[in-house]
Design a protein around this ligand. Structure first.
Ligand SMILES: Cc1cc2nc3c(=O)[nH]c(=O)nc-3n(C[C@H](O)[C@H](O)[C@H](O)COP(=O)(O)OP(=O)(O)OC[C@H]3O[C@@H](n4cnc5c(N)ncnc54)[C@H](O)[C@@H]3O)c2cc1C
Length: 355
């Protein structure tokens, strides 16, 4: 079948690769460069999303854990297993037993993973491994497994696989309108028709339908997340509770420096996607509470922000579901939401709608 895909983020690219491999003829249109938006502004984790267990997203976490292991096994040169530490402090919001139960569930949902299961570390072991981490009130912590990648490099690898299979990927090609019969009108004034058309524009999926005069079955909740890159080595990856908040932040080794993120701020597509000074202060304060040099504003060497395309489900963006949805309307298939890690699973679900 002749298939057009609108959107060259990781979800569009995985769809292109998978559909081309299944014998279809695929052409992808991206208005910018491939991976220019959310897909290159992530926390660079291949993860199940331990935090989503608190929102009871068991299906999604299981799927994401399987996909995490799939990426690590398939592309070892651009991914790596990562051991994260979740330190536990006296008076913390989550008890040691709750965290232990959550990690047991996390490891169980991963099934037969090659990654080591979660394990307890004493306060002394933690301090020996990273003398800078705040000792006061430290009870111990759990080390657990996930994966890390270079989102841009891994995304370009997927693009290369799609092209090698025969898919055509067109950059700088903005789509103005689509219709239910598979027609695309480009910003340049030309048009084309495909037997099937996939709208996988991430945060812009609902907007493309709006500007095409097509009602959207789902509402997207657009939530910005910012990161800071800090000029200091990162001897240990952490998941840290933001003091007096239910949120957590990541501290991750990244190209010899420390990547800190993230925030959850509602975003309009009409405004620039940039890290607000208040987000920068928020991250530095949260991290500085545990790691003083990481919280030093003078060491911030890079800042970046992206918009999560989430399915609207809660007034608090931290509780919004990370599930995704695929909807078919005639020849037009639209994708709403979708994490980086789960892009191959999302592409399989899209394939099921092509017939
Ligand atoms: C701060 C942050 C941290 C994250 N961390 C992680 C993480 O560690 N692990 C993880 O698994 N997930 C993570 N995510 C989620 C993940 O990054 C995104 O869900 C995923 O990248 C979305 O990919 P996408 O292809 O759907 O969207 P995008 O990458 O945004 O791609 C959509 C593309 O469509 C194009 N487009 C839009 N409109 C048009 C048009 N009219 N014509 C042509 N092209 C168009 C855009 O230019 C864009 O390139 C994070 C997200 C954020 C914001």
């Amino acid at each position: 079948m002749d298939i057009g895909i609108v959107g060259g983020g990781i979800n569009g690219l995985c769809c292109a690769w998978q559909l081309q491999m299944r014998g279809h003829s695929v052409r992808l249109y991206e208005r910018n460069r491939l991976l220019a938006e959310t897909s290159s502004r992530s926390s660079k984790l291949l993860h199940g999303g331990l935090r989503y267990l608190e929102n009871l997203e068991f299906r999604l976490v299981r799927e994401a854990l399987r996909e995490r292991d799939g990426w690590l096994a398939r592309v070892p040169g651009l991914t790596r297993p990562l051991r994260l530490l979740l330190p536990i402090y006296r008076g913390g919001r989550r008890s040691r037993w709750l965290i232990r139960a959550g990690l047991f569930l996390y490891d169980s949902l991963a099934g037969r993973s090659a990654l080591p299961a979660a394990s307890w570390r004493t306060a002394r072991q933690i301090a020996q491994a990273d003398p800078e981490l705040r000792r006061e009130g430290l009870v111990g912590g759990y080390a657990f497994s996930d994966g890390q990648m270079d989102d841009r490099a891994l995304g370009l690898w997927v693009a290369g696989q799609a092209q090698a299979a025969g898919a055509v990927l067109q950059e700088h090609c903005e789509v103005r309108r689509v219709d239910r019969n598979g027609r695309i009108d480009f910003a340049g004034g030309t048009s084309v028709r495909h037997e099937r058309l996939i709208n996988v524009c991430g945060p812009w999926a609902e907007r493309l339908l709006e500007q095409s005069g097509i009602g959207s079955p789902y509402r997207l909740d657009l939530v910005r997340g910012s990161h800071l890159v800090i000029d200091r080595p990162c001897p240990q990856a952490y998941v840290l509770e933001v003091p007096s908040e239910p949120r957590i932040v990541f501290v991750l080794p990244w190209q010899g420096r420390t990547l800190v993120g993230t925030t959850e701020i509602r975003q309009s597509l009409d405004d620039p996607v940039v890290c607000d000074p208040s987000e920068r202060d928020y991250l530095l304060t949260a991290i500085g509470h545990y790691l003083p040099t990481a919280g030093d504003a003078r060491r911030v060497s890079e800042v970046f922000a992206g918009v999560r395309p989430l399915l609207y489900s809660a007034s608090n963006p931290a509780q919004t579901t990370r599930e995704y949805a695929v909807h078919r309307d005639g020849a037009l298939i639209s994708v709403f939401g979708g994490k980086w890690t789960t892009a191959p699973a999302l592409a399989r679900r899209v394939s099921d709608h092509i017939h």
